[in-house]
Design a protein around this ligand. Structure first.
Ligand code: UD1
Ligand code: CA
Length: 465
């Protein structure tokens, strides 16, 4: 039976106190509603429909490029109304329908599959429930003598007695028989404390229609944590961080202190790699085996091969092949490509450049828009002057070039294979292969000058007394 997931993401999220819609706030680099969408996909849902409303354009553009369908709830009249909008606008009338909240990022795909599996000919709705230590704010389930779910009462609509005694809480994640849902969704009213169309009312409505409803309890309530505030976002981040780090460690990654490592979903790390504290691996980052990453390192969309050392480094859209040594304090910007056995050392910035095999940029240098061959050594404090104020120009450095310290290479410029550039030169002309290029004024020497200056200053000092 084909299944559809509806992700509710139209709400404002007032408790976030933010200009942006709540579902756009990121958890480990992925927007909250993106987690629900991904989980629906992993659970095997054929269609994913996101109900947008608040900040609809921004939410839509965050989903662009995916095959998610968006429907708009123009007025926020409640979760029941949101689901009705989705069914009507997307024309869903059958199959299993899973309803997810855009603000519950920790749900596991296997839990969704277990819930959806309960929808067969004999069951019209399965509610995912939990018993958290603090039940306040959650809708509570009611049961009849036979243990069948009879309804859900929102916290605000509970009597004091119900608030005290009903402990099983609604997670806001459900599976429905799509035909039953579509047939009865129009019966939801808004006679309640908030004057909203509550999706929770579907339970009692289906029971009244003689259709069985069941509940599926999740023992680990942290999986169902909802994010309504910034502190809950931090709580959820901590849970997901622990989950991701645990699975990396299970796969052979060492972490000195996993509470100080943040890894985005989808990042891969090879076995026998060590990740040191204060390291963030974000976006589409991939790391090979036998590396040491960190401390104090942030890699975004960066690919690192095997046996690399990346110490106190920030890298964005960079590629490090194998046996590369980086940092401490390197800054690798988009298009930095470090080939095998190369090095980007201390206070080195590299952008849109290839550093050839075994080539080294060890200290205090900027290399931009450069193609560098193999076996090159760049002396401390050297710069490729790639920007003339209007255009970015290219520098080519051949194989086995030695560039002395404090050299400016004013692009566009080529330095041929095997050339030698004297320290402190400002290179504005191409250097032929195997040549020495030296651009520096001649050194002057005046014998005894330093001593006579010292003597003069000493005489002046005494004379002043
Ligand atoms: C909801 C449940 C409650 C449950 C709790 C679990 C209802 C009435 N209550 O309460 O039983 O215990 O989740 O976290 O369903 N949304 C829309 N359109 C709307 C209103 C809400 O798309 O008109 C979306 C929100 O963006 C959010 C989700 O629905 O992603 C849940 O809405 P929210 O207001 O957070 O409901 P809760 O008060 O948390
Ligand atoms: Ca909520």
């Amino acid at each position: 039976m084909p299944s559809t997931a509806i992700v509710l993401a139209a709400g404002e999220g007032t408790r976030m106190r933010s200009k942006r819609a709540k579902v756009l706030h990121e958890l480990l680099g992925r927007p909250l509603m993106g987690w629900s969408v991904e989980v629906a996909r992993e659970a095997g849902c054929d269609r994913v429909i996101v109900v947008v409303g608040n900040d609809a354009d921004d939410v839509r553009s965050a989903l662009s490029g995916t095959d998610v369908e968006c429907v708009e709830q123009t007025e926020r009249l409640g979760t029941g109304h949101a689901v009705r909008c989705a069914l009507e606008q997307a024309g869903v009338t059958s199959g299993t329908v899973v309803v997810l909240s855009g603000d519950s990022p920790l749900i596991r795909p296997e839990t969704i599959s277990r819930l959806a599996g309960r929808i067969d000919g004999s069951c019209a709705c399965a509610v995912l429930t939990m018993t958290p230590p603090d039940v306040s704010g959650y809708g509570r389930l009611t049961f009849d003598e036979t243990g069948q779910v009879t309804g859900i009462i929102e916290d605000k609509d509970c009597t004091d007695e119900q608030r005290r005694t009903l402990m099983e809480c609604n997670s806001s994640i459900y599976a429905f028989d799509g035909a039953a849902l579509a047939a009865h969704v129009g019966e939801i009213g808004h006679d309640n404390a908030q004057g909203e169309y509550y999706l929770t009312d579907m339970v009692a409505i289906l029971r009244a229609a003689g259709l069985p409803v069941t509940s599926v309890h999740v023992d680990d309530h942290t999986e169902l944590l909802g994010v309504n505030s910034r502190s809950q976002l931090a709580d959820a981040t901590r849970v997901m961080q622990a989950r991701i780090n645990r699975s990396l460690m299970d796969a052979g990654v060492t972490m000195l202190d996993p509470s100080l490592v943040w890894v985005a979903p989808g990042v891969t790390v090879g076995a026998d790699t060590t990740i040191l504290p204060m390291t963030m691996l974000m976006g589409d980052t991939r790391i090979g085996s036998d590396c040491t990453i960190g401390p104090n390192t942030r890699l975004t969309d960066t690919h690192v091969g095997d046996d690399c050392v990346v110490d106190e480094t920030v890298a964005i859209s960079a590629t490090l092949e194998n046996h590369v040594d980086c940092g401490p304090r390197a800054y690798l910007r988009p298009g930095a490509h470090l080939l095998d056995h190369s090095k980007a050392g201390t206070h080195v910035e590299i952008k849109n450049s290839t550093i050839g095999e075994g080539s080294k940029v060890p200290h205090l240098s900027y290399i931009g828009d450069t193609t560098m061959g193999s076996g090159v050594n760049i002396g401390a404090g050297s710069i490729t002057c790639n920007y003339d104020g209007v255009n970015k120009n290219h520098t080519t450095i051949g194989d086995d070039v030695f560039v002395g310290s404090d050299t400016m290479m004013v692009a566009p410029v080529n330095i041929g294979d095997g050339a030698l550039v004297g320290a402190s030169s400002c290179i504005t002309k191409d250097v032929p292969a195997d040549a020495l290029a030296l651009e520096r004024s001649e050194q002057k020497m005046i014998d005894g000058y330093a001593r006579s200056r010292r003597d003069r200053l000493e005489r002046e000092r005494k004379g002043q007394r």
